[in-house]
Write a protein that binds this ligand. Structure first.
Ligand SMILES: C[S@@+](CC[C@H](N)C(=O)[O-])C[C@H]1O[C@@H](n2cnc3c(N)ncnc32)[C@H](O)[C@@H]1O
Length: 253
């Protein structure tokens, strides 16, 4: 089962805990639910509840990114980018990076904390912040159009899909498939809870939810799995559980 990265106690729009199986199916989601989810994220940033933010570049990104064999200078789209340092690393590899982030607090922090001097301009309903190879569109991912982000070759997802409660995830993937060109690649990092009683072999396979969400629009390749025993920070007295850190490579078809 996909692990929700924020590890927050926030409830999703239907009152259930973010990411639990109790959320109703995606088709039941009305736009108002996305608005409520957006409201929560804006509040997390205002209140500085940003435990999901990593203080360093994700080691799985730097270790496996080159396996995509991209050409130098290709454009990378980073949905729900937060203020991730991974964007800095991608730009250092020669890529043009286009992030999308709802919170102006996150976008402002990203440029300021990295000593960048962005210029801002309006792009449709979004504000585009740009300095050199780094751009972030500030606004709602669900209202993005292809014209807003332009042509790109690759998507990088770390804690984007899993930032949403389950009942919004299929909308996230539908929107992603609308935005990405055929043959675009996606580098996708997940953390998955090893289910009770499963063997290592079973865990070295594509997560069922990922199959359900992506297989219609993407080829899925599980490139790497790393098992780590971790205590639950909310219940440290319980025995450590096995979590699987996975690297997926997807290709839009
Ligand atoms: C779990 S965080 C992950 C951030 C980043 N990918 C990282 O690895 O640090 C999810 C991010 O998505 C943003 N977000 C949530 N809903 C969004 C939406 N509808 N449009 C754009 N950004 C959104 C949140 O503000 C938050 O910064």
């Amino acid at each position: 089962m996909l692990k929700v990265i924020p590890g927050e106690t926030a409830t999703c729009n239907n009152g259930c805990q973010l990411g639990t199986k109790t959320c109703p199916p995606a088709l039941a989601v009305a736009p108002v639910h996305i608005d409520q989810d957006n409201h929560l994220w804006l509040k997390f940033w205002r209140d500085q509840r940003t435990d999901f933010h990593l203080p360093a570049v994700n080691p799985l990104l730097s270790k496996f990114w080159s396996s995509l064999k991209l050409v130098h200078g290709s454009r990378v789209f980073v949905p729900l980018c937060g203020k991730s340092l991974d964007m800095i690393w991608l730009a250092q590899q020669g890529h043009e990076v286009m992030g999308v982030e709802l919170s102006p607090v996150a976008v402002g922090d990203f440029f300021r904390e990295n000593g960048l001097q962005p210029v801002q301009r309006k792009v449709g309903q979004f504000t585009l912040w740009n300095d050199g190879k780094l751009s972030v569109l500030c606004g709602d991912y669900f209202t993005l159009t292809k014209a807003n982000i332009g042509q790109f070759d690759t998507v990088y997802d770390r804690a984007a899909l899993t930032a949403f409660p389950e009942n919004i995830r299929s909308l996230y993937v539908t929107q992603l498939r609308r935005l990405v060109p055929d043959n675009a690649q996606m580098f996708f990092l997940t953390v998955e809870d090893a289910a009770e009683g499963t063997t290592m072999k079973q865990e070295n396979s594509v997560d069922e939810e990922i199959k359900t969400l992506y297989s219609a629009g993407f080829e899925i390749d599980l490139a790497y799995v790393e098992s780590v025993f971790e205590a639950d920070p909310e219940e440290p007295e319980l025995p450590a559980r096995r979590a699987e850190y996975k690297v997926y490579r997807l290709c839009a078809r």
